[in-house]
Design a binder for this molecule. Sequence first.
Ligand code: SF4
Length: 954
Amino acid sequence: MSRIYIALDLETTGLHAERDAIIEIGAVKFRVGTESENTTLASWSTFVNPGRSIPYRTSRLTGITQREVERAPHLRVALEQLAAFVGNYPIVGHNIAFDLGFLQRHNCLVGNASLDTFELASILLPQAPRYSLAQLADHLGLDLESHHRALEDAIATQQLFTRLWQIACQLPHDVIAVINTVASNSPWSLRSFFAAVARQQTTSGKALPASLAPSLPLVPPPLTGRSAPSPVLNADALAALFSRDAAIGRTLPRFEERPQQVQMLRGIVQAFNRGEHLLVEAGTGTGKSLAYLLPAIFQAVASNSPVVISTNTINLQDQLFNQDLPTLATALEPLGVHFQAAILKGRTNYVCPHRLELFMRRLQFNAIEARALARLLVWLPVTQTGDRSEVALQSDEEALWLEVCADPESCRPDACTARNACFFQRARAAALGSHVLIVNHALLLTDLAVETGQPILPTYEYVVIDEAHHLEARASEQFGARLSRQQLEQLCLRLHDPRERRPTGLLPTIAARCEPLRSGAAAEVQRQCGLLGREVEQITRDIAPLFDTVREALAPWAGRGGGDYDHNIRLKREIRLSGGWRRVIEATALLDRFDRLADRLVALHAQLRTGDLGLGEEVVEPLGRLGRDLRSIQQELRRIIVEPEANDIGWVSLSPKRDDVLFHRAPLHVASHLASGLFRSKRSVILTSATLQSEGSFDYIRERLGLEPRGGSQPRRYRELSLGSPFDYRQSALVYVPTDVPEPNSPNYAQTLHRALIDLGRATRGRMLVLLTSKSQLRGVYRAISDPLANDDIVVLGQYMDGGRRQLLERFKTAQRCVLLGTQSFWEGVDVAGPALSCLVIARLPFPVPTDPVFSARAETYEDHFLQYAVPQTVIRFRQGFGRLIRSAEDRGVVALLDSRVFTKSYGSIFLNSLPAADIRFGPFRDLPPLAERWLANQPPYQKPSDMASATAD
Ligand code: SF4
């Protein structure tokens, strides 16, 4: 049965419906149904006279000129024509809320149903890399004529929708049937789409396999370990594999022998053999992942027990698992060395089929839940991992994920009927049978913190921690806590939500299920649910006043300036002794009520579990868990607000943007946790990164991580190894330090910086990454340089403004003339080899914000906090930033260091001395642009290294 839709797109002068104007409208009327019924019926488009100038940026993006819109109809006329074209048909658009926001302000298309192809694609194409219209068109092989013109985008939307319709019709009948069951009792906007698919499917759909979950491949049997003494690896034999004619040299395309790589391997072999810990800094280009994976494989195979590799980022995990380990498997196979490898994540990363099924038995869902469930139901039959990173959950779907992910509290594998389809149990079984087990720092640390119950990781003695400069930050999160007002309110609303005419939530659901049972026991449970519901409602009302009291108490410390930024206020002694904080403590009487409520929920849960009312596990199980969650939240809040422990740093974030209050706790020192969990209990821990040292010493990182507690007298069981980069920085990089740029805190700095970036951007024709240190600085730079550089056809992309990190990096890599502005996360992990990144600007030294609660609390433990604490961590960050420029031996580039403190301050030389041996020049800024232009022009043409060679550059 075919249906008619209208695909719609607008071009506008900006992103804000209240203050920006429509300049073009495009619409296509089309039909979807069977293959032969899919057709275009009509199309319509018009320019719209906005009665104002079109911003240059919009004109550049769309190609629409002022002349074209000046001759066009005014908005009222255009909207009348649009309404006549659309009629009552449903509207389809990509991010349709944006377009409707502009139209409905003018009362246009207010009553039409709308369907969002972005939302639909994110459900039906869980494996798509991105969901922009252009990227989806690319992913599906659709012909996108031109982008950012209304009619072309409307046509692309039509094509996308038609393809999504076909994909949905090809889904198994049962998947569509379950989605329709889930959606039928919800106000979800895509409900009609899936209902139409079900009607269409009568002949074309595929039969569903027996279960919604896929059949999972077999996993290897667990490693058994050997009781013999630890094996001794032969360093010479392993090092020989890295020669050009040996196993690895022959397997890697364009293999280069690197002495640093072999030195690193020898260092690790020695540490494994002697049972020592090793700190190893290996510069960019060492190929350190292969240098540690090879000994790890041989160690694990010889001992038949796992070696754990921990990383901070998913990118590195992917590289290790999908590139490096398969390469080594190929290289080692002729030698008769076979090994298993696996990635394991924290339990909550995996969907739990049992909990998902229980959740769906509730039958009543809101629109967000219906959308999230549809997403999971489409994904479940095709996933092999059950890993949430494969499915594009929206932020408002997080709460549902917590209801359906693997959860230690409710997991009883021996009694679980879904165990054979369980992704987590399978991943864990694969981990138990693997020689090389890749995890992230969060899981490694979670496992260290397991005091009771079963650890997730198998027993291991050897661990390599890559990106180890992040270990302290991850440990601070892992051994700390974070709680928000919204989190607490959400928890209460899951129990009892009075916002609808009839209350919803777990307690009313249980009460409703008791209704038809007509027994005394059921009536008693109903009564208890009623009482508890009223108590939850009252407590939910009282949460806001508690948090308001916190806001008021902290107002004197919240700083001025307002804006969108979070204010992080450390709960120092002076605050804790203030009258305002005393009122907060008085208000924590509410926490006693949480505690009593938690007790009653847990008691009701126990009663329902042991009773014979048969209410269903899907409502009984969450009751106990919510009770326990409530109790642990109140304990954590009490600890932060009232009874901090000696090693605690407590702080509050006031977030004006989200209107939320967040409580945080982090340990003052993580060293003791790491010392007991890692350094004293594992035989050999290898800590590695391209940046571990400051002033040529490991002292700072060693002390922060607890390898040598200050004043401690432990025997030395660790060694250090510092390996420079194999790259020739004298050839590949020119570092220029202007001597006439004012210091960053002086009044003229911003203006000088903006001018410098415009001149340098023109000289290098874009191809420039600018590292900044705050959002406000980034916004100021973005505003100041975008238009002047646009006149030279150079696009400026800003973090937070022009898309997510991955998207920005993709655009930066492929654009011809582009300047990318980034803060924080862009100081590391940016890997753009070749001419796209020819100039790196470090606008100022990345010192921590002095008022940052964790930084300030830890700084107070030093005699000279600036030199002993602030400088070393800034040097590590600075070196990470510098490392963005040269990513392969063929790379060439210019670094502009625009912070004059490197030569005006006594500590400045520490930063300059921390750089690899490059050509460093000083001079007036005016000399830099022509010098950079000449220097880059004189470099040899860039030769792209093979993927594998670049993947192993770190
Ligand atoms: S074994 Fe545990 S995690 Fe796996 S499906 Fe069953 S309850 Fe869920």
